[in-house]
Design a protein around this ligand. Sequence first.
Ligand code: BTX
Length: 323
Amino acid sequence: VKDQILKALRENNDGYLSGEKLAERFRCSRMAIWKHIDELRNRGYRIESVHRKGYRLVADLDPIDPTQWSGPVDTKEIGREVLFFPEIDSTQQMAHQLAREGRPHGTAVLAELQHGGKGRLGRNWFSPAGVGLWTSIILRPNLTLEAAPQITLLIAAAVARTLVMFGYDPKIKWPNDILLAGRKVSGILTELQADLDRVKYIIVGIGLNIHQRLQDFPENIRDKAGSLYIINPEQTPRRELVFKTLCSQIESLYHLYMEHGFLPIKAIWESYSLPMGTRMKITSLKKVFEGTSVGITDQGVLLVKDEAGEIHQIHSADIELNA
Ligand code: BTX
């Protein structure tokens, strides 16, 4: 029945089909229809329901399951192997497990829906079905622990470049927020395992909001979260394309980094960064203060000048703009 409902919605083009009509047609209750619709949504279809009008298929399927894609990812390493989960607690956890089991550099975990998507510092990442890209990638660089934060900036630069490829104008807010028109469309979580002072593996988690409308975000983040759809509802790219582009951008920046070090990555990162001199409020574990950004160091550390003119090195902190 679910597939028939889907077919009916598709054939109905842009119009609405009422729950009552669907119930009549498929000889079941409106409640049953509602349940089927709900399951279709969990499979990733964007179905709108409007009071007294009924249901409408907003965008036809934008599959995130690689078996439904037009072809494999055409990179050499990043995303060559993709493990897909219709639902999962967190792709981060799964990637850690796979890395411990010895999966190779570049392996990606991809999910339609995360029940426990993780942000930084124990925060949550809202990751519903059908609307975003939720992925964690295993990297096995030969790096010292000290250099590892540079990988976060590399990934932020890769996400920014990906968005540029689709015609967007992203800004990076140190270290890892990607903003479109001032709204956070992507977040990056970098976690690692180390042996003494060498990195064993790094898991980079990337969350990218694609199809959400403003009202799809929970109220507490509605004024700061954004999506590609919100910027340009007419031409939101498919997730398959976004993922493939992201993989190739990560791959090319990773090679640049391995061959030439952090400087070229830093330059790319800076070209997308919010302008230095931006006023901000810094909340780190140690202190809270206001200041203006000065730049980033070759280690990817943020430099902020406080009101007394003193320069602070920020390794990890929460940053609020327009303080
Ligand atoms: P963050 O700590 O910088 O951002 C988390 C904060 O952002 C939340 O506290 C909330 O205010 C806001 N937020 C939550 N969900 C969203 C959203 N969908 N869009 C915009 N803002 C939001 C950033 O952490 C790191 C996020 C990484 C997410 C990926 S998804 C794949 C992988 N698996 C996993 O569990 N996490 C990563």
